[in-house]
Write a protein that binds this ligand. Structure first.
Ligand code: NAD
Length: 415
């Protein structure tokens, strides 16, 4: 089956929101396209002395609400259209959490698994040399995404500062702590997810303490969902999975011990006192909260009718298809849509940017408190919209975020 062009999908989602909001034709058409696209061709010296040519992109989708913000992805399938789609989604994400930022995204078509560290460093520096004049705290601030790391961010920041001739740590976020990274960035995505899960449970009159959770995907997002779900919400972990399969125990699984086991063995299989469970079965468990934390399109028309959780907190990007959304809504599954549920990451990235600008760094407690306030307010706006318009939380999140961006465009006199 041909894959849907992600940018066409992003435009369709906007079209639906524009119709519901009754957006003027000019505003709607303006928001369907990136405001600026940069394409660069990068010659990079390889370790064997040869030169390879890489293709890189940076898309600044919309900057009406503030400087563009969004990650850099290094992936063999990276295309201008994937970057455009991701930059549109970043625009809606920063808007839904009401950050004074726009949306952007960038990437290089490459397979980082085939590159040595020195080749990665030369590629990172080449990319920055090619686009640095378009970046900066008042223009556009990148961050890590798929296959890019804090170390790559540090190299890029260093290249930028070398070219600018002065310190500019805020030009990029997701940096290691000793060169201007922020406390609290590691678990920010999942911690933000816990805040909106707590709010959803309150609306459902559901006491989560002692209730159950299942987690699909056990990387950064999934591992922190396990530990924080237990620590902050009192949830009992009964199932978890990764690409090699899952484990289940109705008696409960100790999250810290499971994280340790995964880091030591690179698998969840064989964790004591558990039985195997497939990824497909895990999704259908009767739990209070399900955290899809791995891949796109795992909840579809095919299995949506069998999803039995009360709250579905999408830490992963795009785990639910639009057809599945309708079924879940009819079945009263409370869906926390990805660009709200996983916005904690970009929120703490924004805090990093602010701390860099002040050159004054906050304590961890302060980061946690500020993150919670942002996520709670975002939830409240989306929930109020969903109640008022009698629509699902994803549609409501689109209406809230698109309306804010449209208003900023109008106020600037752009449309
Ligand atoms: P990660 O690479 O650290 O972890 C991904 C996990 O998914 C791994 O445990 C992997 O084994 C598992 N996985 C892969 N294929 C699977 C399959 N078929 N079934 C079950 N598990 C499978 O990635 P991450 O940073 O945790 O990101 C996970 C998701 O969360 C992605 O959709 C990402 O876009 C989204 N997200 C992450 C962040 C963040 O800050 N880390 C922020 C926003 C969104």
């Amino acid at each position: 089956m041909a894959k849907t062009n992600p940018f066409a999908m992003a435009q369709q989602q906007l079209d639906a929101a524009a119709e519901k909001l009754g957006l003027e034709k000019s505003v709607h058409e303006f928001l369907r396209w990136p405001m600026k696209e940069i394409k660069v061709t990068l010659p990079v010296r390889m370790d064997d002395g040869s030169t390879r040519i890489f293709h890189g992109y940076r898309v600044q989708y919309n900057t009406a609400r503030g400087p563009a913000k969004g990650g850099l992805r290094w992936h063999p399938d990276e295309t201008l259209d994937t970057v455009r789609a991701l930059s549109a989604w970043m625009t809606w994400k920063t808007s839904v959490v009401d950050l004074p930022l726009g949306g952007g995204k960038g990437g290089v078509t490459c397979n980082p698994k085939e590159l040595s560290d020195t080749e990665k460093e030369r590629l990172a520096r080449a990319y920055m040399r090619a686009i640095w004049q378009n970046l900066g705290v008042t223009k556009d601030v990148p961050a890590p995404d798929v296959y890019t790391t804090p170390q790559i961010m540090a190299w890029m920041m260093d290249e930028y500062e070398t070219l600018a001739g002065e310190h500019h740590p805020g030009v990029i976020t997701g940096k290691p702590l000793p060169v201007g990274g922020s406390e609290g960035r590691g678990d920010a995505t999942s911690r933000g997810g816990m805040a909106v899960t707590r709010e959803a449970a309150m609306r459902l009159n559901l006491d989560l303490n002692g209730e159950t959770m299942a987690i699909q995907g056990f990387g950064n997002a999934g591992q922190y969902a396990a530990t924080l779900g237990s620590e902050l919400l009192g949830l009992k972990l009964i199932a978890a999975s990764d690409s090699k399969g899952g484990i289940y125990s109705d008696k409960g699984i100790n999250p810290q011990a499971l994280v340790k086991y995964k880091l030591q063995n690179d698998t969840l299989q064989g964790f004591p006192n558990t039985e195997p469970i497939s990824n497909e079965e895990l999704l259908k468990l009767k739990v209070a909260v399900l955290f899809p934390s791995a891949l796109e399109q795992v909840i579809t028309e095919r299995n949506a009718g069998e999803i039995k959780c009360k709250i579905l907190c999408e830490l992963a990007n795009g785990p639910t298809t639009p057809e599945a959304d309708d079924i879940l809504y009819q079945n009263k599954v409370f869906v926390l849509p990805d660009f709200l549920a996983n916005a904690g990451g970009v929120t703490v990235s924004y805090f990093e940017q602010v701390q860099n600008t002040y050159n004054y760094y906050w304590e961890l407690d302060e980061i946690h408190q500020k993150l919670d306030i942002k996520m709670t307010k975002a939830f409240q706006s989306v929930y109020a919209m969903s109640q008022r318009e009698k629509i699902n939380m994803r549609q409501a999140a689109y209406l809230v975020s698109v309306a804010r961006v449209a208003e900023a465009c109008r106020l600037r006199g752009w449309v």
